[in-house]
Design a protein around this ligand. Structure first.
Ligand SMILES: Nc1ncnc2c1ncn2[C@@H]1O[C@H](COP(=O)(O)OP(=O)(O)OP(=O)(O)O)[C@@H](O)[C@H]1O
Ligand SMILES: [Mg+2]
Length: 300
């Protein structure tokens, strides 16, 4: 188990896992750890929000517990469920054994043995390496009732199971929430958290990320790829490529033994950076050349 002792230390710890972390992000991560507050990360798709939680868990030597949010997610999928099939088997077995004590059977059926722990409950259990990192990913996909429920769970880090009683986290988990902002998350929940907007990285940072994630790429190719993607983000397109796409694209180019970019190569590999046919159509032909020329001019 590792403790982060300063903002610089957070940067180094995350850097050692391959996560390139700017000063602003490192500061908010450090404060979240120091004050024990949940970290709320919002930003465009593919900018490294989910990865922060993974990198943090790895850097601090903690277990990562992930709650992937989706529409219709409810408490039974997020906190706990009773193992109904196993309970049925236990009832049948008791019946076959002939007239078991009903009260004893009831107590047995609602004991830990038949409890199925879901991420939120798991995150409240003590872990060997210290409190886990709890990643609540893409919270904007859930609905408001679940958000309200989460607000309560995050405020006192305890879960009440009627049949078992209240389970309290001996040490609160390190909570990271992410949102792609497909809707606004309620103020009450945001107020509990430290907030950070994860933006597209600068040219320098994105080349550092590429060096960490696709180290096989030559410096020339990396710089061209990043300059092109950065330029592309300023264009009027429907879905701008994230850092994930930059990395994917570099890997595709490496697989094709590309040494430097050309309009033809770009056209052939656009599917790695653009995921909408309208955007791809726009970039075919002279547009790719224009953007490449502009990107190269910026590099020079
Ligand atoms: N700062 C960074 N340092 C290292 N790798 C990064 C960084 N930012 C993004 N990446 C890489 O980019 C990819 C996408 O990151 P991630 O999945 O965390 O994005 P996200 O913001 O959660 O996207 P989505 O909104 O689509 O879920 C990952 O493979 C991650 O390793
Ligand atoms: Mg994500």
């Amino acid at each position: 188990m590792t403790e982060a002792t300063s903002i610089d230390h957070v940067q180094t710890l995350l850097g050692d896992t391959g996560y390139v972390c700017g000063r602003a992000l490192a500061t908010v991560v450090f404060l979240a750890l120091k004050l024990g507050r949940p970290l709320f990360l919002e930003g465009e798709a593919g900018t490294g929000k989910t990865e922060i939680a993974k990198a943090l868990a790895q850097a601090l030597g903690r277990r990562l517990i992930r709650l992937q949010c989706y529409e219709g997610l409810d408490a039974s999928s997020a906190v706990y469920e009773w193992n109904f099939p196993a309970q049925m088997v236990a009832i049948r077995t008791a019946e076959a054994a002939g007239g078991a004590d009903r009260a004893a059977l009831r107590t047995e059926l609602f004991s830990e043995e038949f409890l199925v722990e879901r991420p939120l409950l798991e995150a409240m259990r003590p872990q060997p390496g210290g409190a886990p990192v709890l990643l609540i990913d893409e919270i904007d996909r859930t609905d408001e009732p679940f958000e309200a429920f989460l607000l309560e769970a995050l405020s006192d880090f305890q879960v009440t199971i009627p049949e078992l009683g209240t389970i309290h986290a001996p040490e609160p988990p390190i909570v990271v929430l992410t949102s792609n902002r497909t809707r606004e998350v309620h103020d009450a929940l945001k107020r509990r958290c430290l907030y950070h907007w994860v933006d597209y990285p600068t040219f320098e940072r994105e080349t550092q990320i590429l060096a960490a994630r696709a180290p096989e790429a030559s410096e020339t190719l990396s710089r061209e790829v990043v300059a092109f993607v950065q330029r592309l983000r300023t264009e009027d397109i429907f879905k701008k490529p994230g850092v994930a796409e930059t990395i994917d694209w570099a890997k595709c180019l490496l697989a094709l033994d590309v040494i430097d970019l050309s309009p033809e190569v770009i056209s052939d590999t656009l599917g790695a950076i653009l995921k909408y046919q309208d955007d791809i159509q726009k970039l075919h032909g002279s547009e790719a050349r224009r953007i490449l020329d502009e990107a190269r001019a910026q590099l020079a």
